[in-house]
Write a protein that binds this ligand. Structure first.
Ligand code: NAP
Length: 251
């Protein structure tokens, strides 16, 4: 390796930040899944969809990338990127082929997928293929996204749907587009779960158990997200007081 190559490698490590090292062997083709979403909050539907994409498409890794300032949500209330990233990190931490990345959360301005893919394309060598995974509803709109032609050039697309979801709209939008999108659709039963359903349950003080990892539920409560009201420690049903003879009595 000459000095210039060494400099390039060093630069790419700095740019790569928390992204995985891929593409080392020029004789091998690597497949990197990029799970794009707002993740407000992340839930088991997202996790199952990513695992299914990993298996079905023979991916080497799936990088969960919470959007910083989502392009189509400028007029909507979105939880701070730092909280959405933290929940994503907690939810993915026990899966060896899942990673959470700050790549979009740390970027200034509105998050555009074309820009993300261009940056990834400049960081990774050409033997790393990009698979952008997101909801099929979002894929149906992709033709309207900024620089849609670049997205078509730079990545394979994976649209995750719940069973019974009508793909006609998405298929028609993609087929009428002048660009050559390569889309795979995945039916994921667990996508009956949605972030808005979780938010509504938190608001109604209902359980999130089995809908999202417990660590995410813990984070939501600890940081009072989605309308969780702060509680005084020890003031609720598990209040423990010390009796006159020193024993503790649960009240
Ligand atoms: P959204 O409109 O909030 O979501 C549309 C549907 O897809 C919802 O049912 C959503 O369910 C589901 N969904 C979202 N991400 C998913 C995922 N990774 N796996 C499975 N289902 C998913 O979409 P969004 O979250 O704002 O955006 C999705 C991705 O597209 C992000 O990476 C975003 O940056 C990108 N995007 C780019 C542009 C652009 O470049 N102009 C515009 C829009 C979106 P949940 O609510 O349960 O997640």
């Amino acid at each position: 390796m000459d000095e210039l190559d060494a400099l390039r490698v060093a630069e790419s490590v700095v740019e790569r930040g928390d992204l995985p090292l891929l593409g080392q062997d020029p004789n091998v083709t690597y497949r990197m899944g990029i799970m794009g979403g707002t993740f407000d909050p992340i839930h088991n539907g997202h996790l199952v969809a990513a695992e299914q994409a990993f298996d079905d498409l023979n991916l080497d890794v799936v990088v969960f990338m919470p959007a910083g300032r989502p392009a189509f949500k400028q007029d909507k209330r979105v939880t701070a990127g730092e909280d959405r990233y933290a929940m994503t990190l907690l939810a993915t931490s026990d899966n060896p082929h899942f990673l959470a990345s700050r790549f979009e959360v740390d970027r200034e301005g509105v998050t555009y997928t074309a820009e993300t893919l261009e940056r990834l394309d400049s960081i990774y060598p050409s033997n790393v293929e990009l698979y952008f995974i997101t909801g099929a509803d979002a894929i149906a709109e992709i033709v309207t996204w900024r620089d849609a032609h670049k997205i078509a050039e730079l990545a394979h697309l994976v649209g995750a749907t719940r069973p019974g979801y009508d793909l006609a709209h998405a298929r028609e939008a993609i087929s009428k587009s002048p660009y050559n999108f390569d889309v795979t659709y995945l039916e994921v039963p667990a996508l009956a779960i949605s972030s808005s359903y979780l938010r509504a349950r938190v608001e109604a003080e209902q359980s999130l158990r089995y809908l999202t990892p417990d660590q995410v539920t813990g984070y939501i409560h600890k940081h009072h997200l989605y309308g969780v009201r702060p509680r005084r420690y020890g003031s609720t049903e598990y209040n423990v007081s010390f009796g006159q003879n020193g024993g503790d009595e649960a009240q």
